[in-house]
Design a protein around this ligand. Structure first.
Ligand SMILES: [Zn+2]
Length: 232
């Protein structure tokens, strides 16, 4: 599965500006954090921009369409004298898109709500990136850049990290993403000891001698030959 992440604005288009913040910087930051979180899942990610670049709205949709993304998520910051979180799907979005949006909306509204920000609702609009993309697409307006309390949170790296974490968790749930198996060498050694195939604690990076290898193999074969019963 491939997901397209769309950090709104960029380059010559700063997006909304307020209280020392630029929308294009915040959307890129959230995108980078989100991609970091999604790296913990078995999913491919394409971003419509990965730096301070000018990318047209049509090009953003084309990138997602060209990669046949399964889901498109556009990141924005609101402006114009409000506060809180809201999400958008296209005016004619099908039920499948609405269902995915609902999972993501509820999770982010809950995260923002924990900081006292209102849920402004699940909205529909004829936005270009929602209209031109050929896969389920959502656009998120994450707080208001021109509201002092919203802006103070947007300027806090911990708030953005938590927001990206909530979004990644919501996407994982909505799209049934499978977590990457984490290889834990010390944990593997501990499991082998729990199962009685080795007796001592071993440094996971230490080399194995033929004597040790043979002992483990013989314990395993004994177990198989006795039908899984541990020998007394
Ligand atoms: Zn925007």
């Amino acid at each position: 599965m491939l997901i397209a992440i769309d950090p709104g604005h960029g380059g010559e288009d700063p997006g909304a500006i307020g209280l020392g913040l630029k929308e294009k910087d915040l959307t890129l930051k959230i995108s980078e954090l989100l991609i970091g979180k999604l790296n913990g899942y078995q999913v491919e990610i394409i971003a419509t921009r990965s730096g301070d670049e000018t990318v047209s709205l049509n090009e953003r949709a084309r990138i997602a369409n060209r990669h046949q993304a399964a889901f498109f998520c556009s990141l924005h910051i609101n402006a114009g004298g409000g506060t809180g979180f809201e999400s958008y799907v296209h005016v004619s979005a099908p039920d499948e898109t609405e269902a995915l949006r609902s999972v993501i909306h509820e999770e982010l509204a809950r995260y923002c709500g924990a900081f006292g920000f209102p849920d402004r609702g699940k909205k529909r609009a004829n936005f270009s990136v929602l209209r031109e993309t050929r896969m389920p697409a959502v656009l998120l307006e994450n707080l208001f850049i021109d509201n002092p309390r919203d802006a103070a949170h947007l300027a806090d790296p911990r708030f953005l990290d938590g927001l990206a974490g909530a979004l990644a968790a919501a996407m994982a749930r909505a799209l049934a993403l499978v977590p990457e198996q984490q290889w834990d060498p010390a944990g593997e050694v501990a499991r082998l000891k729990e199962r009685g195939l080795i007796v001592d604690d071993h440094d996971p990076a230490a080399p194995v001698s033929w004597g040790e290898f043979a002992a483990v193999m013989n314990r395993l074969l004994d177990r198989i030959e006795t039908g899984g019963q541990k020998r007394a």
